[in-house]
Design a protein around this ligand. Structure first.
Ligand code: PLP
Length: 437
């Protein structure tokens, strides 16, 4: 078979899998314009692949590291070595990487609760944090929140143009300010994601005002998108979820906190128990997936990133507001598309669901998800339940009716998902055929 045959067979399969000729051709035209962007992504991936490999070699990851412990998990070589590998990848002194950290919110809550004491104040200089953190902090009253333990909170919003409100930040740092939380990704908002460079500028500013303040970065969705990570620009703690980028799609659970030795130690004492810290916590049989997932993570992240760039260009071309826009530089794998009406969010998510390898026959519906203040619709047909490094989309059913798309373990799957979403919008009458020409 020559490549012409393969192309025509591929087209036939797209058709048989529900993609109309117009949608397919529209997608191909978009991709032709993206070659340079994709090459740039590949260059970053190459760097990050080497970075991860070098960390594994340096720490002498061995076959024995892939096995697990049970019970208390004393002297778990694989777990301890993995934590050193993470510390090297993120250029931090130490790291806590555990299956006992149940999700990203848990990792962030752990980092906060273990490093703050009653009477301390927490500051977010980048606006409202991720929805689930509202209850951790106590912005929305909640049992066990930081507020219940006497930790107060201040927030300084970004300025209209997305820049830091340095004057406001200066005013809101006081003698009680102990920890500054900086969310890299936009989360469920339409503000720009912060580049590692901008995070570094903010940390510099904060540390000049108050050198002993702990700067924590919520790194969810940002890992391996750039060459540098927040630890390279002065962050004291870098926190994320293993069912996002760094788990490479293979980690079935888990979170990480990489950072200063003392911060990581505090987190370990809180996760397990004072006195025990990092010494306990059996890894069970999970380490091989943690290692292999981290090894694949740069390349999996690249596939997701290409999908996000493709989605931006597909929907921007049809006149929908997209954040980031089709040409701007990327600092996370999330793509927001604003539809302005609930039907658009729902049709998009149903299209993504129908592209999944698992549960493609299921129709997602908006529901009251714990931790969120509006109904949310989620599309995910994933090998790991709820994994958002796999092809997924979610949108709160509230204005501006934006959908947040992310993931795809491979670029070609991400591409298929976006084509399916567009097909779903067309089938629902929300995009005119003429718009694709
Ligand atoms: C996903 C995410 C979280 C929370 O992670 P979960 O694993 O869903 O609990 C926190 N912050 C940001 C920016 C995220 O994207």
């Amino acid at each position: 078979m020559n490549h012409m045959d393969t192309d025509s067979h591929t087209k036939t399969l797209y058709r048989e899998m529900g993609i109309s000729r117009e949608v397919y051709e529209y997608g191909e035209a978009v991709i032709r314009r993206l070659q340079e962007r994709f090459e740039q992504i590949d260059r970053t991936t190459e760097y990050n692949q080497l970075k991860v490999l070098r960390a594994m070699q340096k720490n002498q990851v061995s076959e024995a590291c892939l096995l697990g412990t049970t019970g208390y998990g004393y002297n778990d070589l694989g777990r301890d070595t993995l934590e050193s590998v993470y510390a090297d990848v993120f250029h931090t002194e130490d790291a806590l990487v555990r299956p006992q950290i149940t999700c990203g919110t848990h990792a962030l809550a752990l980092a906060l609760m273990s490093n703050l004491r009653p009477g301390d104040e927490l500051l977010s200089p980048v606006g409202k944090p991720y929805d689930t953190l509202e209850e951790v902090i106590g912005i929305r009253p909640s049992k066990g929140s930081l507020a219940e333990y006497g930790v107060t909170y201040r927030q300084v919003d970004l300025l209209e143009d997305g820049s830091f409100d340095y004057e406001g930040i200066r005013r809101n740092i006081n003698e009680r300010t102990r920890l500054v939380t900086i969310q890299r990704s936009k989360g469920y908002q339409t503000r720009p994601t912060l580049s590692v460079e901008r995070i570094g500028e903010l940390i510099d500013f904060v540390k000049k005002r108050k050198p002993d303040v702990i700067c924590m970065v919520d790194n969810c969705y940002g890992e391996f998108v750039e060459e540098r990570e927040p630890g390279d620009v002065g962050a004291d703690m870098v926190v994320g979820s293993l069912i996002k980028n760094p788990g490479g799609g293979l980690a079935p659970i888990g979170g990480y906190i990489a950072g200063k030795r003392e911060c990581v130690e505090n987190a370990a004492f809180r996760l397990t128990s004072p006195g025990l810290g990092k010494e306990v916590g059996a890894s069970l049989g999970i380490l091989k997936d943690f290692y292999q997932g981290l090894f694949l993570a740069p390349s999996v992240t690249a596939g997701a990133l290409k999908g996000a760039v493709f989605a931006a260009n597909v929907y921007e071309g049809l006149g929908f507001p997209v954040v980031p826009d089709g040409s701007e530089s990327r600092h996370d794998i999330i793509q927001a598309v604003t539809f302005g009406q609930p039907e658009g969010v729902i049709a998009f998510c149903r299209g993504i669901q129908s592209a999944a390898p698992v549960d493609s026959h299921v129709t997602p519906e908006p529901w009251d998800m714990p931790g969120y203040d509006a109904k949310v619709i989620m599309a995910a047909g994933a090998f790991v339940s709820g994994s958002s490094i796999e092809l997924s989309a979610d949108g709160p059913i509230k204005p501006p009716y934006a959908v947040y798309f992310q993931g795809g373990l491979t670029w070609h799957h991400a591409k298929f998902g976006i084509l399916k979403s567009l097909q779903s919008l067309m089938d629902a009458g929300l995009v005119e055929r003429g718009a694709l020409l």
